[in-house]
Design a protein around this ligand. Structure first.
Ligand SMILES: Cc1ncc(COP(=O)(O)O)c(C=O)c1O
Length: 508
């Protein structure tokens, strides 16, 4: 595990640094962590700690100031990120040779990064804790300053060994999946991973089982690769393998979300998992396991992954940092069966050579330092609250007309009308409420859609979640009222009958 230098004692280092934590350079009312940072800046700018000089070991400064050692390490990381200090692995943290020319009298109290605008109840949003974000910036800054020759040349088509090794560790502890870093390939996300692997295994016109309802974005990627998606219905136990066998017994692969079916949220039962793996073995087929959100499990321990059960023989495991960190990172990964490593690596080299290397080190630092796990712990608490608020508000404000099972995992939930409801009720309510979540019907391929919504609760402030849920529930009641009037012939309907789902017009 790579360690962040925390200044180990050395003969060249001072053990103390006079710090003024109360002077005018310190913002009144700022957090103690912020005051520590400001006092350190002041000591550097004021020449108390001179350019090139070693800062005290974190342990000594913690003892001197009464701060926790973590707080000192965080402050040092921020000094590094802001150019006041540099880290030398194995030696410690030093005042930068040239400190930033313009120093604000009152350093900013915190790093504010505006969230990009996204619509109410949109899927695909995450919240990143400000401490995790600061650490990510510090890691990224440090990596850029240490920029070396490894970034100057073409690299391994699977991406950096360092991040692949960190991911292999994570998969073992978090998902019970044992694999060698050589079996991991970094991608720019799940779709990209699908495309690379498919380009290695597909023959023109091959069929691929897809969950119905399912993740339209994956289905589109499969179609773009020239394969034929085969709709396989989902029930309370996950993909109905027998229906897949009946529809396309010799399909080349199946794409599934077994831990938390997208969008319905069911977990594939163990008999179904074994049935699916049996079929794959018999048909010499592959199974894509899209494990997009299992880091966010709210009840009970995470389930063993399908790839873990299969020991990565027939299953291609796909993970992403889009939900655990943020989508804009564009880093995901596949864990490949050994027999696929060669063909998929060649396919990758032919498609886009290899992934960009600049941010890989910073992501590895997040994983190895524990900052990634700490962020997950915090986000789990936050998202659980958001989930409960959204489910409760939708259910109460719609007077129970929307049924909202509370998911035990993930960042979205499904709200359903009674199955006899006209599908257009959902589209009209969504348009009237001005929310951006999806129509449940748009995730269906052939199976008969249930009218309802797929709504994201992560990355939305609680007051906004409540307001959006109330608007959607109110608009749903109004649309139901119009349907009732139209059925009883007492008014003009305005509800358009629609028996098939609208073509998926989905962004993700
Ligand atoms: C089912 C499913 N798989 C995968 C992803 C992640 O996709 P990517 O890694 O391409 O951002 C998402 C994101 O919303 C998803 O809903």
């Amino acid at each position: 595990m790579r360690k962040i230098p925390t200044n180990s004692p050395s003969s060249l280092q001072r053990d103390e640094l006079p710090l003024d934590l109360l002077g005018p350079h310190v913002t009144q009312g700022a957090s103690s962590q912020e005051r520590l940072y400001q006092a350190l800046c002041h000591a550097i700018v004021g020449g108390i700690a001179k350019p090139g000089e070693a800062l005290p070991p974190s342990r000594s400064l913690a003892k001197q100031t009464g701060f926790r050692r973590n707080a000192i390490t965080d402050a040092y990381e921020r000094l590094i990120a802001d150019g006041f200090a540099v880290a030398r692995v194995g030696s410690g943290t030093f005042v930068a040779a040239r400190i930033p020319a313009k120093v604000h009298d009152k350093p900013k109290t915190r790093t504010v990064i505006e969230q990009p605008p996204h619509g109410a109840l949109a899927l695909g949003c995450t919240h990143i804790d400000s401490q995790a974000l600061r650490r990510f910036r510090a890691f990224a800054g440090r990596r850029l300053r240490a920029f070396g020759s490894e970034h100057l040349h073409y690299g391994d088509p699977r991406g950096s060994h360092e991040l692949r090794a960190a991911i292999a560790d994570h998969l073992l502890t978090a998902r019970g999946l044992r694999c060698d870093p050589d079996q991991i390939m970094l991608t720019s996300g799940t779709q990209h991973g699908l495309r690379i692997v498919l380009s290695a295994i597909l023959k023109a016109g091959d069929q691929i089982w897809c969950e119905d309802p399912g993740y339209p974005t994956a289905r589109k990627a499969i179609e773009h690769c020239g394969a034929r998606p085969v709709s396989v219905p989902v029930d309370a136990f996950g993909l109905r393998v027998a229906r897949g066998r009946a529809a396309a017994p010799r399909a080349r692969a199946a794409y599934v979300t077994p831990s938390h079916q997208f969008p319905l949220g069911v977990q594939m039962s163990m008999p179904r998992r074994l049935e699916l793996l049996d079929w794959a073995k018999e048909a010499d087929a592959w199974v894509f396991e899209d494990d997009y959100d299992s880091e966010f499990r709210y009840d009970g321990a995470p389930l063993l992954s399908l790839a873990g059960i299969d020991h990565l023989r027939r299953v291609i495991y796909m993970g992403t940092f889009a939900k655990t960190l943020f989508p804009g990172l564009r880093i995901g990964y596949c864990a490949l069966p050994e027999t696929l490593v060669g063909p998929v690596t060649s396919a990758r080299a032919a498609l886009d050579r290899y992934p960009g290397t600049l941010l890989e080190g910073a992501v590895a630092d997040m994983l190895n330092s524990g900052a990634f796990a700490a962020n997950l712990r915090k986000m789990r608490g936050l998202y659980r609250e958001a989930r409960d608020v959204l489910a409760q508000t939708l259910s109460t404000a719609s007077n129970g007309r929307l049924s909202v099972p509370v998911p035990s995992q993930g960042l979205h939930l499904v709200a359903r009308f009674d199955p006899s409801t006209e599908p257009a009720v959902a589209s009209q309510a969504k348009a009237a409420a001005g929310v951006e979540g999806w129509l449940l019907a748009d995730t269906y391929l052939r199976a008969r859609p249930i009218p309802g919504f797929v709504l994201g609760f992560a990355g939305h402030p609680i007051p906004q979640l409540i307001a959006s849920a109330e608007r959607l529930a109110k608009a749903s009641l109004a649309a139901l009222q119009v349907q009732r009037k139209s059925e009883s012939g007492t008014g003009r309907s305005g509800i358009v009958k629609a028996s098939k789902p609208s073509p998926a017009r989905l962004k993700r």
